[in-house]
Design a protein around this ligand. Structure first.
Ligand code: ATP
Length: 440
């Protein structure tokens, strides 16, 4: 079986096209001409995005006894962002091209305007990336609120609440998945950089002396998470930030990078934030955010190791890495080789014809699988066309119900990657699919 060249120069366009056509990702407000760089997740995209987030939650919360989750508010008062340093320093250097007047982020353009080629710009100004809004009907200072530009601060401001509620001790973590907002100067590359996006972040609180070891531990864990879900190691690398490029809070950051069509770029940052955040919030709020170690009878401020990933950006990487064109019996097909845990549908139930007897059995099979798998059901077009449609959206298994099924109580299970077909008793089908997905 041939695999399409992974370095297809049109890969990005093909994936964007497929994403729109098959209902993964639509441009927002398209009937009004769109709203630059915002996207809506369609019927398949919402499944896949939820799967990405679930895979993260399973690895980071469910399968660990040292990490708990929260879901904090998106709107926050200025005090939080003053203490975190975001009001002061969460800025990008903004320049205007003197020739065409386009605005750019200075550190992303190498001194040449991507629009007109000019090399003459205004002096760079610090542009704050936070979205500011008004909470409540009163205009004015007291009612100012910000949309969070990262989920992390909710973990710091709730540090004491979580400690009291869970009795956790360092090393322990608080995890959160949710929307963040940044008024990016140049949002671009599909959902890679958007103004509204989803993050998956975890703050891991450790005794200060142990921070370097935990930092290395989390860099490896997070790299392995992407590998485990199917990103090829040849397309992943670790990039350690130079000291002078570190964010205001960081004592050291290593990014997990993926080779996007434009080159290696950040998927996730794993930072050693030291005691910066807890100290800042303790000082600003007057509430001590510390841990009391009963064995030494001492209070201390834990250090924080933070793996910060983007859910929407990760989904894009999984789509790009999964996209393949191969040839089956002389016919080119498009196939998304997605890990079954990420695929929008794990199973498609396909009655060979619309005859009521077949549909009856098919509906029964569907009902038995639906509690365990996200299933599609498709009765339109020829069976070959239906297989291609499922391949194209990454469905690992097609279950075909044909006329023999009425007598032998069996169905055909077709595998997306090998296209092999196996006859399986309906009674054994659920067990077969669970075995094939490594669930027992
Ligand atoms: P950059 O320097 O590229 O603007 P960053 O280093 O500031 O990004 P972080 O603050 O480390 O990004 O955010 C953690 C993760 O959140 C990123 O690795 C990325 O996956 C995701 N992320 C950040 N900004 C965006 C965005 N505008 N659109 C989509 N995902 C984003």
């Amino acid at each position: 079986m041939e695999t399409a060249t992974p370095d297809d120069p049109n890969l990005l366009d093909k994936v964007i096209n497929l994403a729109k056509r098959r209902g993964f990702i639509f441009p927002s407000a398209e009937i009004y001409g769109g709203f630059r760089s915002t996207y809506d997740y369609g019927p398949l995209g919402v499944n896949m995005l939820r799967n990405v987030k679930q895979a993260w939650w399973t690895a980071m919360v469910q399968r660990r006894s040292d990490i708990v989750g929260i879901d904090a508010a998106i709107l926050g008062p200025p005090a939080v962002w003053a203490a975190s340093g975001h009001l002061e320093t969460f800025t990008d250097p903004l320049v205007d091209c003197l020739q065409c007047k386009e605005r750019w982020r200075e550190d992303k353009i190498d001194g040449v305007c991507p629009n007109c080629g000019s090399t003459k710009f205004t002096e760079a100004r610090a542009f704050n990336l936070m979205f500011k809004t008004q909470a409540g009907p009163v205009e004015g200072e007291g009612a100012t609120a910000y949309l969070r530009p990262e989920t992390a601060q909710g973990m710091f401001t709730n540090f004491n609440n979580v400690l009291a509620a869970t009795r956790k001790k360092p090393p322990f973590g608080i995890a959160q998945i949710g929307k963040s907002f940044r008024n990016e100067i140049t949002p671009q590359n599909f959902v890679f950089r958007t103004r509204e996006f989803e993050q998956m972040e975890m703050e891991y609180f450790v005794p200060p002396a142990d921070a370097p070891t935990w930092h290395q531990y989390w860099i490896k864990e997070r790299y392995d998470w992407y590998i485990g879900l199917g990103l090829p190691s040849a397309k992943l690398r670790l990039y350690e930030h130079a000291r002078e490029d570190l964010s205001h809070y960081s004592k050291g950051t290593t990014d997990v990078e993926f080779e996007f069509p434009w080159g290696f770029d950040e998927l996730e940052g794993v930072a050693n934030r030291g005691d910066y955040d807890l100290t800042q919030h303790s000082n600003a709020s007057g509430v001590k955010l510390e841990f009391f170690d009963q064995t030494t009878n001492e209070h201390y401020t834990p250090y924080v190791i933070e793996p910060a990933a983007g859910a929407t950006r990760a989904m894009m990487a999984f789509l790009l890495a999964a996209y393949c064109e191969d040839e089956i019996e002389g016919e080119v097909r498009t196939v998304l080789r997605l890990d079954w845990r990420l695929a929008p549908y794990q199973v498609a139930v396909l009655p060979l014809s619309k005859k009521p007897e077949l549909e009856g059995v098919s509906q029964k099979v569907l009902g038995e699988l639906q509690p365990y798998f996200m299933c599609d059901y498709d009765v339109t077009q020829s069976i070959g066309r239906r297989y291609r449609r499922q391949d194209e959206v990454g469905t690992p298994f097609c279950v075909t119900v044909d006329f023999d099924s009425l007598n032998d109580h069996s169905v055909t299970v077709r595998d997306r990657d090998t296209t092999s077909q196996t006859r399986v008793k309906i009674d054994d089908l659920l067990g077969e699919l669970r075995t094939r997905t490594g669930q027992h």
